[in-house]
Write a protein that binds this ligand. Structure first.
Ligand SMILES: [Zn+2]
Ligand SMILES: [Zn+2]
Length: 298
């Protein structure tokens, strides 16, 4: 589950553990600002101790949405590089497994030159000396506007340009796949899509973002909804949980939160009902009850 860091980054681990999560994702600070307060060493120690003692598995940090590693604007470029570098250093200090980054937007330039700019900035950040072993995970995008990373070809050339195969990886977001026109809601579309995307990064898929899509196939709109009640529907999430290619791969929910933890618990319950089904049963009473509770939250 993506969880809040209100009260300090270490509180996120307690929140995730209270939800029985084995993997969590956090923002290092508000995702709509360039920088957050300096995180003291004592808080980093608290974070690492809780990570170990509460038995939490993989933790991801999601980089600020303001960062655009492809921008041509010199001021925005300077700010983006600094923010990305700060998140990279912090992620390594915290000892998390991945830092998730949206590749950027190619506005005002060709896709090729945008990819080259991303490569230059990300390489420079990855070459910052750090003691940790965090991987930088590029996330596929919903395909709206000029966002980069909407299809396997763009992601593949981003990874080639960046290099550093042992420090990079791919994070796939199910809502973004669907919004970008990849129909993962049925067997044929699922297999084709995953074969194509699994090939783009040297290490395959390092993490998943599990979100249903609020808008239709190919909408280009990055709007998440609760698992099983959007356009993707429950079959995909059942299929993914059973897919041996992703065993052990962190899967993070970034579903809407409007009502404390109630929706988080309902989404997690949906996954656990699906996980317990040897064959997909869309009409199981417990699944139907969970989905209708989620639908009423919209
Ligand atoms: Zn995502
Ligand atoms: Zn999204």
């Amino acid at each position: 589950m993506h969880v809040s860091i209100q009260g300090g980054v270490s509180t996120a681990i307690t929140r995730g553990a209270a939800l029985n999560c084995h993997a969590i994702q956090i923002f290092s600070h508000s995702s709509r600002t360039w920088a957050g307060p300096e995180i003291p060493d004592a808080e980093v120690v608290r974070f690492k101790t809780l990570h170990r003692t509460l038995g939490m598995g993989p933790i991801l940090v999601h980089a600020s949405y303001l960062i655009n590693a492809a921008t041509c604007d010199p001021d925005k470029r300077k700010k983006s590089r600094k923010a990305l570098q700060e998140d990279w250093i912090l992620s390594n200090r915290l000892g998390v497994s991945g830092l998730v980054l949206h590749p950027g937007s190619s506005a005002g330039q060709s896709v090729e030159s945008a990819i080259a700019r991303v490569g230059e900035m990300v390489r420079e950040v990855l070459e910052t000396p750090v003691a940790g072993r965090t991987r930088l995970l590029l996330e596929n995008t919903a395909g709206g506007g000029k966002t980069l990373g909407r299809n396997p070809a763009e992601l593949e050339s981003l990874f080639k340009t960046i290099g550093h195969p042992s420090r990079t990886g791919l994070c796939l977001d199910s809502c973004h796949l669907y919004a970008a026109g990849f129909d993962i809601s049925n067997e044929t579309g699922y297999e084709k899509t995953l074969q194509d995307f699994c090939r783009v990064a040297p290490g395959g898929v390092s993490a998943w973002h599990l979100n249903d899509a609020l808008f239709g196939l190919g909408s280009g709109r990055d709007r998440h909804t609760h698992l099983g009640i959007g356009y993707i529907g429950p079959w995909f999430f059942w299929k993914l949980l059973k897919d041996p290619r992703f065993r052990g791969c962190p899967m993070i929910l970034e579903t809407p939160k409007t009502d404390g933890e109630r929706e988080d618990r309902l989404n997690l319950a949906t996954l656990s009902i699906l996980e317990q089904q040897p064959e997909f049963e869309g009409d199981s009473p417990s699944l139907r009850a969970g989905l209708s509770a989620l639908a009423s939250e919209r």
